[in-house]
Structure formats: C-alpha cells, structure tokens
Design a protein around this ligand. Structure first.
Ligand code: NDP
Length: 222
C-alpha cells in the first residue's frame, strides 16, 4: 500500500487529494493548520497531522512525527494567492508573504522530508501556470507569479538533490479550479483537476525528475 502525505489538506484541492488517494486504497497522511479542520480530513480518509508551513519549527515537528514512515509521495499543496495589488500599488509586506508561503515553505518542507521519501519516492509541489515564465503573456499578479516561478526553480534544483537517492521532484499545475482560491467561474471541478494530477503522478518515471506538468499531462515551459 502506497503512503501519501498531503500538505495543506483542509479544503480545496488538498482535501480532494486526500479523498481520491484514500479511495484508491493508499495510506493518506494529511496536514491542516487548525485542529478543527481535521474532521473533514478524517472523513475523507486521511490521518491528521498539524502543520503551518509558514513556521519552520512546525515543519520540523511534522518531519519528526513521521520518523520511521517511508513516504512514496509528498504533495505540497498549501498555498495562498496573496493580496494581489496592481502594479503601482505593490507593497513589500504582501509580496514577501506570498513568497514566504508559496516559494520558501515548499522548499523547507522538501528539505525536512527528503530523508522520509521511500526509494523511488516523489515530492510534488502544486505550482501554477501563472508561475511559468515562458507562458506569461498576460502579466499581472506580480506576487503570486513571482512566488510560483521561484517555487518552480526550487523544484528544478531539488530534482538534482533527490536524484542520487532515486527520488524525484516535480511541479504541477492544477489548471483553473473552482475552490476558494480559484473562485466560482473556474472551468474545472477539484475532482477533475486532482484526477488529472494523480494520473500524471502515476505515470512518472525517473526521466520526469524536474519537470513542470500541467494537470492534463503535458509539460509546461518553466
Ligand atoms: P484554497 O485557498 O482553497 O486552499 C488553500 C490550502 O492551503 C488550504 O488547505 C489552506 O489551509 C492551505 N494553506 C494556506 N496557507 C497555509 C499555511 N501557512 N500552512 C498550511 N497550510 C496552508 O486553494 P486551492 O485548493 O485552490 O489551491 C491549492 C494549491 O493549488 C495552491 O498551492 C494554489 O496556489 C494552487 N493553484 C490553485 C489554482 C486554482 O485555480 N484553484 C490554480 C493554480 C494553482 P487553511 O484552510 O488553514 O487556510
């Protein structure tokens, strides 16, 4: 039975990852920030752990609590969109916050959990097409775009560090999804987006280490 860890599982895509992996028969460990959010995760079939990814001590406690468990897959899903001011009204404090949660935190969870990955294990970060430099025609969303682009570089670099242990790192774009972040106009339901990302993860080979995948399985430009 595969063991999967979903980081940021209280709602949205993270909770759907828990549901789908549990339904597929995996052992699913899943983190929330608030104990009250654990109920939804339990009902979805996950074993609840607490972690605020914005707090490195909390990430270290999570890693300590997983000692002795071999993780076949870690999905770092937790993320924020941030304040998203337009150019001309950007504020350092907001830009730094989205960078802290969307770029720094996944790198720190990867660092803390790398030793917990089973041979052939995968660290997947939920990134965004908005973090693709090559695909950016529309502009806007400075903080979120820059943070996800920084995350992508961290994942590409992590791939080099994980290769010797036979593990790999990938970045995933879920598409535009109807969640609290994606809003009601988004074309994809969480179930479709997560099914797509799971299919990508199921098909990974060592040759895919350090690739940025869209939820439909196509490779995205960095
Ligand atoms: P939601 O806003 O619905 O959920 C965000 C999740 O991240 C929640 O579980 C939230 O927990 C968690 N989280 C936020 N900050 C922290 C933190 N400091 N520590 C731990 N957990 C935290 O977003 P989505 O489900 O839509 O997004 C999931 C991922 O997908 C994100 O990384 C997002 O950037 C990415 N994405 C989403 C898209 C979309 O269209 N929805 C498009 C592209 C990418 P809590 O409930 O405690 O706040």
């Amino acid at each position: 039975m595969a063991t999967v860890l979903i980081i940021g599982a209280s709602r949205g895509l993270g909770l759907e990852f828990v549901r789908q992996y549990a339904a597929a028969g995996a052992r699913v460990l899943a983190t929330v920030r608030q104990p009250a959010a654990g109920r939804a995760v339990s009902e979805a079939g996950g074993e609840v752990y607490l972690c605020d990814v914005g707090d490195q001590a909390s990430i270290r406690r999570l890693a300590d609590g997983l000692d002795g468990i071999g993780l076949d897959l870690v999905v770092h899903n937790a993320g924020i969109f941030g304040a998203d001011q337009p150019f001309g009204a950007l504020e350092a404090i907001d830009l730094l916050e989205v960078m802290r949660i969307d770029a720094v935190a996944p790198l720190l969870t990867a660092q803390a959990l790398a030793a917990r990955l089973a041979p052939g294990g995968v660290f997947a970060a939920v990134s965004s097409r908005l973090g693709s430099i090559g695909a950016n025609q529309a502009g806007g969303h400075y903080g979120y775009r820059a943070a996800k682009a920084a995350l992508n570089m961290a994942i590409r670099t992590l791939a080099v560090d994980l290769a010797p242990q036979g593990a790999c790192a990938v970045a995933l774009s879920p598409g535009w999804v109807r969640t609290d972040m994606g809003g009601p106009e988004a074309p994809l339901a969480p179930a479709e987006a997560v099914a797509g990302m799971r299919a990508v993860l199921d098909r990974l080979t060592p040759a895919d280490n350090g690739v940025f995948f869209d939820y439909d399985g196509s490779a995205l430009p960095w």
